[in-house]
Design a protein around this ligand. Sequence first.
Ligand code: FAD
Length: 333
Amino acid sequence: MIQHKDIDDPHTREVIVVGGGIAGLSAAIYLGRAQRDTLVIDSGHSMAKWEPMVENYLGFANGVSGEDLLKDGRQQAEKHDVKFIDDHIEEIDRESEPGVFILHGKSGSYRAKRVILATGIFHLPPEIPGVRECLGHSMFFCKDCDGFRVREKRVMIIGANDETVEYALGMLLYSACVMVATNGEQTRWSEQHARWIEEYEIPVHIGRIKDVEHEEGQVLGLHFDDGREVKIDSIFTTRGDVFHTHLAEQLGAKLDAEGQLEVDHKMRTSVPRLYAAGCVTPANCQMIIAAGEGAIAAQSINRDLFEEGLKNHTLRRFREIQLEQEKTVPEGA
Ligand SMILES: Cc1cc2nc3c(=O)[nH]c(=O)nc-3n(C[C@H](O)[C@H](O)[C@H](O)COP(=O)(O)OP(=O)(O)OC[C@H]3O[C@@H](n4cnc5c(N)ncnc54)[C@H](O)[C@@H]3O)c2cc1C
């Protein structure tokens, strides 16, 4: 067990992970097992909660609910001595004290030598009555996650841009009945995309959608303002995402053109000692990728702290205990 006397500054954690979703938990498990003094601060809104049956995560041939993955992941991290706090971090500062990040949450302040931002994103659902009740059941955002679930079903893609068209074309791998609804928006797709719509004979429903007819989370159809009704089994939307990057922006970290947090192959951001993992980065937003990125970030930090320890002659931990016990040579050596 890590003890405070093993740490140079007991008031400053070695690592704080902001976000206890899939990426954050994976990082926490690696850091805990690497004997790093780690705190996860989480506001409890992981997107994984929206998926009742994850079917593409390695090792779960019969699927697993997103909630269960989070619950078990947290237990696994706690087993390795990682601490958790429910809080929402609003501000982060690295100017006040050299080498230390100070994080201010709604309920308290926290200090750390290294920070991983695993804050995720928010997929914007269409603002249509009835949509929210169907989220994760028959209303989806990601064809890589849920395309397989809607094979041979009637699929409606809601949107009006190039991505909408590409989604519709991509969904033809799963279903012969794919349609587009612009929900009253002016179409913004390119001429090439318009040609593809024609070539693959994808019906486009223009006009505002009044509401979604549904039963126990299952979409049954769309009602349009002009009285039309279209029977469907599932909806995908391409309305866009909100990236939770405000903490990174406060520190001046670089974002890419889409607003995602830039990282290198070791999950380092452009700000020294600040790492990121999961959907907040340019990764394809999948659970197994988020978990992989969390592991990479944790491994990088572990190495980084090890090198810092060597440089500063602070690799104490068990050496210190050994010296206290006046056993400068390991027993039996
Ligand atoms: C409907 C739906 C279905 C999906 N289905 C699948 C699927 O079948 N397979 C698949 O691979 N992926 C699926 N996904 C995507 C999957 O949920 C994400 O890939 C995964 O959750 C990303 O992990 P993450 O750790 O990056 O973000 P998240 O899991 O979303 O976690 C981010 C965490 O950070 C916390 N947080 C954010 N800001 C702060 C702050 N300032 N302070 C403290 N905490 C903060 C949030 O509360 C949240 O708990 C689905 C997504 C949705 C919406």
